[in-house]
Design a protein around this ligand. Sequence first.
Ligand code: ATP
Ligand code: MG
Length: 580
Amino acid sequence: MITRLSQLFLRTLRDDPADAEVPSHKLLVRAGYVRRIAPGVYSWLPLGLRVLREVERVVREEMNAIGAQEILLPALLPREPYESTKRWTEYGDALFRLKDRKGADYLLGPTHEELFALMVKGEYNSYKDLPVMLYQIQTKYRDEERPRAGILRGREFVMKDSYSFDLDDDGLEKSYHAHREAYQRIFARLSVKYVIVAATSGAMGGSASEEFLAESPVGEDTYVRCVESGYAANVEAVVTPAPAPLPVDGLPDAVVHDTPDTPTIATLVEWANGALGREVIAADTLKNILVKLRYPDGKTELLGIGVPGDREIDEKRLGASVEPAEFELITEADFAANPFLAKGYVGPKALLDNGIRYLVDPRVVTGTSWITGADAPGKHVVGLVAGRDFTPDGTIEAAEVRDGDPSPDGAGPLVAARGIEIGHIFQLGYKYTDTFNVDVLGENGKPVRLIQGSYGVGVSRLVAVIAEQQHDEKGLRWPAEVAPFDVHVVIANKDDAARAGAESLAAELDAAGLSVVLDDRKASPGVKFKDSELIGVPLVVVVGRGWAEGNAEIRDRFTGESVEVPGSEVVARVQALRAS
Ligand code: ATP
Ligand code: MG
């Protein structure tokens, strides 16, 4: 069937929408792909829906190819399963909660680990049934704090979520790798440029979790990569290489100095350069930060963190390190309640002497010597040696990672880049199957607890990501695999012969199995060309003045090249261009 622009439910806009900041958002709105209904809530118009369906098709084909089976769960879910896993509360403000007419609590599903675990428990009871991989392509709801960039970060969005259930670790490993490879195929087919980054430091063993990040300057995720080795990791997952310990023998004793009015690193460094007769930099100082941890059971703990004075605390890294606890900065009340804490002059000693857990940056190894707080107002200690004068309770990854820091694999320096998360694969383990006792009868007659994996792809987000990576100043530029149409035929001349010629070319292209949009509107060629560039179908066939000599023009939206060909060769040339 040929789609006629004269009839298509489409109005392109000349101006960028006022609320749009990133190119994909501007273009998808201007080209009539999506329309905003509320913050983070969008409607899909015909062109947008076609692209969304194409992305879904690719995802579905690759999921089916690894043997995953498609099911569909509701978005409207009862509270109980999420209560059992505590996510009803732990999900916080991002969860859409609602009540039915009887007052029962419901939610709109943000992700479905609970339901899939329960589903498998309900249907399967023997080891012979395993392994199994199930997926759905479904609408998710998250009341995001900052919905952004149109469909890039929505409050309603389409996700492909899949879940694997296996009898043992080896099985989970296989399911995980099947997903990893399926994702690589999906993103290659969608022509997305991406990196795979370690999402966690692997403290829980192996590569328990990886994220697929589309490379993009408008991305909200910062990751680092090592050009030499290809190492890439989320900033949260970077493990600081610890230098080798140094001998402590012969190091000068620690000396306490009067350092009035030096509550900051800058003032301390200035003092030290004047007073110590040697060059001192911020990295020679040890900055001690106090946070209050709040554990899921409500308990709190004060934690001291020591980092080299030239580094800030990275809140995301600190947050990841203290999970599942959450941290907050300590308040005046906390200082008042703990008089041994000298604000601005806190040192390791008072913390350790008073039973406050003290964790240090991995660079603070035995034998390193520091200028740090001496636990009294206006006093610092110089030459305090780790492993001699204080022994921390352990290390913590909380300091910022910077361009030029050494890669954990030793291959070279790290550089920072930005990306958009398009997929996430996660060896979940027993978290949900333990909660719901998801067991089957094992080969030996004893129950076996299933181990679960969880894997997501941002299907609607990918529409924006592709637009973000592929557009140019004129408009969208879809890869053939997801384009709303294969060919866009433009009638660019008023005379009846050109119109009839375009109609018959469109019919031929359609008969050859291509999806065709025909611009048969009564508009000027200039308007039509602009719209064709904005809409971004990969190949545009122009039937204009040249038709008098029997020629049409084929324009390649991607390369910008165009060729004049006889009308009789259009179909063959279009097919050849598509294959190239
Ligand atoms: P993000 O860090 O971007 O919020 P997430 O870690 O919350 O993502 P997951 O819970 O792993 O994401 O969800 C799986 C996939 O769903 C993500 O990789 C992403 O592509 C997509 N996704 C998540 N949140 C949104 C959203 N608000 N809008 C569109 N897509 C989303
Ligand atoms: Mg999120």
